[in-house]
Design a protein around this ligand. Sequence first.
Ligand code: ATP
Length: 546
Amino acid sequence: MSATEASARSASGAAATGAATGAAATARGAEAPHGAPQLLLDDVRKRFGGVHALRGARLALTRPGVVHGLIGANGSGKSTLLGVLSGQQRPDAGRIVLDGAEIALTSPLAALRHGIAMVSQETALAPDLSIAENVFLGGRLVRRRVRGIDWRASNARAAELLASLGLDEDPATPVGRLRPDRQQMVEIARALSQEARILILDEPTSSLGDDEVQALFAAVRRLRARGVSTIFVSHRLPELLALADELTVLRDGETVAAGPIADFDADRIVEAMVGPAVAERARARSGAATRPAAATAGSTTTTTASVPALRLRGVGAPGLLREVDLDVAAGEVVGLAGVVGAGRSELLEAIFGALPASGTVELHGSALRARDPRAAIAAGVGYLPPDRKHQGLVLQRSVADNLAMVATRDAGRLRAPGGAAERALVGEAIATLRIVAASPAAPVSTLSGGNQQKVALGRWIAARSRVLLLDEPTRGVDVAAKAEIHRLLRAAAADGAALLVSSSETEELLALCDRIVVLARGEVVASLTAEEASEEAVARFAGGHA
Ligand SMILES: Nc1ncnc2c1ncn2[C@@H]1O[C@H](COP(=O)(O)OP(=O)(O)OP(=O)(O)O)[C@@H](O)[C@H]1O
């Protein structure tokens, strides 16, 4: 056991025993030396059947107005812990202490009464209603009389709340017209209108572009200055290091490290998340996980230059895409960059036949005639949508069924469903993607969000699709698994697949792609080779300043 792990392990041990010696004292730094923490979740346990989601987790907010980062590998128990804190899950054991007094959180309403509010990952807003209506939905529309709602006062109060978050929007605007980050701000404003003092933001940046992330950070910092604490879950280490004041790391349902952010760097966080042995193996492999020299793609491009695996000509959709021409060679990974709304998702949908579009799509030289998803899959195209809810996972079916679904049904690679070949394919996918599930027979609905994402991606990889269209392939996936997924995608390319990958994280595209195509307002505005591409170059083209 390394020093880090020893001190980290003792974080939960110390919590349980009350010991505060040596390394344990360091790891318990999340607690102020004097004075009780604002909030303490102590020795929280929760089982789902045979799965121990939490086995003694601990989280302490040292003071009001603190930004507390929470990180852990997929399936480590973050959502379960936050479910307990927000009153959505009843723990089997453990204590919750707020301002020095033990409390019971029996429902989300009970949590809200204590000032604890969850800002959900999938926004729970009504798109057709105005900002003001959403802010006060189900809550306190400002009432003038018993029956009448004072819209003027409600709008003014909503405007005040939004301004306090740094957002200048007319409260009468329908929420559906707002950018994703602004919708999230409306949710935060809603929580504040209910006098929340502790906000839970579960992966709030996973759907946001770089600029939008900055706007959200500014809002969180304003909240901190007003004494509102935030618990912030993210798989993106640079975000946590930039924003959080203190950090808790979960592994296998236990708190394995906690303390002021100054005590951490990226290596230490990863090591705490995955354990020293895995971290060491990952370091040894890290060369393989990064993009190989462009030569790989270059050579393939040369041999197959005349017939790209995927060729688009004049692909358009009214108001969404304009005359997109694009080639992806077999063995090539092409990234799609652009701000939210630039047309990245729409382009992938158009190729897959999920969005009606004009123009031509050719696969290995033959035009895809029927433009619908069934024909695309039959032609060897795999498509991963950005949104978990629509990934086509059959939630009540098993992990194994979901992983083997495309390979057995559509690609015809496995002639005997349920046979040894299928078991081998499933076993390999679970191992390489590090899917945490009670067993291959467990329903996908019981998996954590990140693990569901891995299953959704894994089935296309398992089917050996020749053209892979991937929209945010690592959204919600932890850092260790992300490197693994990048390695798998590079391996699929080396095996001859053509990959078109959209991501709101430019950093991800730079790590993964041979070429980055930038979209703005539905048009291709740049195609950058690996050598030409950089965060700045992409941002310049994406923002239309080039
Ligand atoms: N309702 C449930 N039934 C069965 N198992 C569950 C249920 N909810 C969670 N689990 C299991 O509990 C463990 C912890 O899941 P949790 O969602 O808390 O992880 P997480 O850290 O939030 O993961 P991610 O980063 O992927 O969102 C996982 O193994 C998951 O499969």
